[in-house]
Write a protein of this length. Structure first.
Length: 65
């Protein structure tokens, strides 16, 4: 796994957390929830290729092809 991916995930998490707090302080709870869900979807889209690579490696190591 690349360390760059970890930094990208951390950056998305920090940005979402800060914006979430700002939205909650201004009584925009619905938008804060949608922002959290959008952040989760973004992170999932970032790690799907890494998970696919992991499963490919596991299949090749154990000869499951």
């Amino acid at each position: 796994m690349e360390i760059d991916l970890i930094f990208k995930i951390a950056a998305v998490g920090i940005i979402v957390a800060v914006l979430n707090q700002i939205l909650k302080k201004t009584d925009h709870d619905e938008q804060a929830m949608m922002l959290t869900v959008a952040g989760l979807v973004i992170v999932l889209m970032m790690i799907i290729p890494a998970i696919d690579e992991l499963f490919g490696t596991i299949k090749s190591v154990f000869g499951l092809w």
